[in-house]
Design a binder for this molecule. Structure first.
Ligand code: ADP
Ligand code: MG
Length: 258
């Protein structure tokens, strides 16, 4: 069937080396609006570098990144690498992406509410009262409205990560990027974060999720990408990939994660 949903995120032929180490060997991924793509792969396969290249925290050596129509093409120049984009363009592209890290990265000297309004109010210069209203809605969504005046240190890891998700959502991103959002959590706190991520998926958010949670990959995402040593080893619908179509390497990977 022809997919009529607009392409929200497209990365093509991303290459990235650190010195002699080629970490990304030409990665291409396209997400239509509402796609939830899980990125799996062994440690060191390049998953974090890929996300960092998408939001240009790392500058790819070459490739194209496009989010919601904002396109930036990187080319390898004869003398070193040069980003063929101006800072304003990078800023626009970044503003369309929400990023959630393994380590939460909340501002420790700010309350929960201040963390969530910081971006929309102080960066986007939106009206403070509206930002607070929006922040309270988002905190309610992630089940933390009653913690809005707490400081991060007074919260559990799972609560901090839910605040980090609310903070990213407050910027109205077109795509949410998650880099192992539950890997730093005690096992009993993983579920509450996955539940919030599942609700985002169900409301049609476009998401790229690096994760080791095979249950999430299989039952929440609609596409799985398996990386191996800087390449996409195999990809597809979860049922196909976890069924007959996964590569031998993928089967090996999932059996070692059970
Ligand atoms: P993953 O997230 O899949 O575990 P990463 O993208 O973090 O993998 O890392 C892929 C490879 O790139 C690893 O070998 C890592 O050591 C290397 N690497 C990542 N970032 C840097 C960097 N800033 N400088 C040098 N090597 C790096
Ligand atoms: Mg990583």
């Amino acid at each position: 069937m022809h997919d009529t949903r607009p392409v929200t995120l497209s990365v093509s032929e991303i290459h990235k080396s650190f010195g002699a180490l080629e970490v990304l060997k030409g990665i291409s991924i396209q997400a239509n609006k509402g796609d939830v793509i899980s990125i799996l792969g062994a440690s060191g396969s390049g998953k974090s570098t890929l996300l960092r290249c998408i939001n240009l925290l790392e500058t790819p050596d070459s490739g194209v990144v496009s989010v919601g129509g904002e396109t930036i093409e990187m080319k390898r120049h004869a003398r070193g690498h040069q980003l063929a984009a101006n800072p304003k363009q990078i800023e626009r592209l970044r503003s369309r992406l929400g990023m959630v890290f393994q380590s939460f990265n909340l501002w420790s000297h700010m309350t929960v509410l201040q963390n969530v309004i910081e971006g929309p109010h102080y960066v986007l210069k939106r009206n403070k009262r509206e930002c607070i209203e929006q922040a309270e809605k988002l905190l309610d969504r992630v089940g933390l409205l009653n913690r809005k005046d707490f400081y991060p240190a007074q919260l559990s890891g799972g609560q901090q990560q839910r605040v980090a998700i609310a903070r990213a959502l407050a910027m109205d991103p077109e795509v949410m990027l998650f880099d192992e959002p539950t890997s730093a959590l005690d096992p009993e706190l993983v579920g509450e974060v996955l539940k919030v991520m599942r609700s985002l998926a169900e409301e049609g958010r476009t998401m790229l999720v690096v994760t080791h949670e095979l249950g999430f990959a299989r039952h929440v995402s609609n596409r799985v990408v398996f990386m191996h040593q800087g390449n996409i080893d195999c990809e597809g619908a979860p049922d196909d990939l976890f069924g007959a179509q996964g590569s031998a390497r993928f089967k090996q990977f999932i059996s070692s994660h059970h």
